[in-house]
Ligand binder design. Sequence first.
Ligand code: GLY
Ligand code: MN
Ligand code: MN
Length: 527
Amino acid sequence: MNDADIPQASASQPLDERVNNRSQRPSSDAFKAFMASNWAQARQQLPERDAVAGHAAARRRAVSLQFKGERLVIPAGPLKVRSNDCDYRFRPHSGFAHLTGLGVDHEPDAVLILEPVAEGTGDDAGNHRATLYFRPLAGRDTEQFYADSRSGEFWVGARPTLAEFKARLGLETADIGGLELAITKNVGAPEIGGISIRLVRKVDENIDALVDTARYNTAKDPENLDLGVLDALDDKLTEALSELRLLKDEWEIGQLKTAVAATVQGFTEVVKALPRALTHHRGERVVEGAFFARAREEGNELGYDTIAAAGNNATVLHWTRNTGRINAGELLLLDAGVEADSLYTADITRTLPANGTFTGVQRKVYEAVLDAADAGFAAAQPGTRFRDIHTAATTVLAERLAEWGLLPVSVQEAISAEGQQHRRWMPHGTSHHLGLDVHDCAQAKRELYLDGVLTAGMVFTIEPGLYFKNEDLAIPEEYRGIGVRIEDDILMTAEGPVNLSAALPRKADDVESWMAGIYQEADNQPA
Ligand code: GLY
Ligand code: MN
Ligand code: MN
């Protein structure tokens, strides 16, 4: 066909519409009327209130008290394109999830607005009234029902109505059509009766632009508007939401326990899959897949990409390619976490002998890491500082490295601020907060995080490791290609730390007998 033969309509068709060229949907009125008619009534009964609703209300109140008189805008974020017209599975921003109590699937493009009201007259006698703006379920008599592949019920299943979310969450809901006005109305300098906004930025570009435009249009001197000052206002809100998550409430602790329990099952599945993994050209992928199946069956997803790293790959801290073989005689470092439907995630690492038995040198390295973890555990007490965990764990590692003749300086020198030579073999932190994000509370101030005091209700990891690379000429050959990390999820209580992941064996002997037990039961073991 030459150019002259190309129908005009095709040449002028906008690119955005061409995605539909693979099929032709009739557009006649008769077709539309037929598609929109004769469907059973949608569900009528309202759902029960979610168990999280009261907790989420208390979190919103805590935010309200910090930002009296200001409009707070907390977006969930949009769907993100993976390729062409295929989106990634939706996952809301964690700050939004925390303040609404919404988890899996909910809700693309939604925005929570805390609207300032007279002091003490808001929700729960706070200073704001909360409204959740979202795209509610469209009726079966609409075109959206059958024609919208991103949100139509025919394509993605029924989504919530305004009344359903209101009943579940215990907060006001409104159609997303009213969002622009809700964000922009009366914006302006407080001294002239305007309302100032704070926004959780970089979650939804459209909302960022809307807020920027509103600020620009209402500024006294728009040409000299200092965006840096406004960004700093916004950052304070993001920081406050992050710090609010440093202490987990009872419901969150329950969710973290659920995530850990599913993760423990996932590790058991991996041990069962090891005999096959050892025979496969990409054994690490066999491991990754075995864990992922459990994550999807029991929870929403993975909290982060699984690290399934055998042999020297275990010395790559975030080895998520998982393309390697697993050879008998090697160690397998598995760092994996199930994200529950509520979006709380576990983050656990075990280092397993691929064929069920540690070699002498593997055991020696493993036990050093375990001793470091135990020292971290002992240092983690209510009232001690977060940073003390790392100091305790790495001091043990430096001592072992010195004992083995690997440390080029004294232990004292290595653990001094200027030394740190042991970091060649343990270059990461020992702990991080854990919750909705695997690295939770990441925008909290340093004085509340690294320098913060450990307090009942905090959940964090303890995860020392030693990583001896094949390429490391500073160590004897026998150590090379050994990477060990042991990572547990810890709940701080008034009585001290509780290891939430203690159901997975940690001691070398216990790891071996746990694996042997699984193989005995399955009558199958790695060759
Ligand atoms: N899995 C990432 C981490 O342990 O921090
Ligand atoms: Mn971790
Ligand atoms: Mn981890």
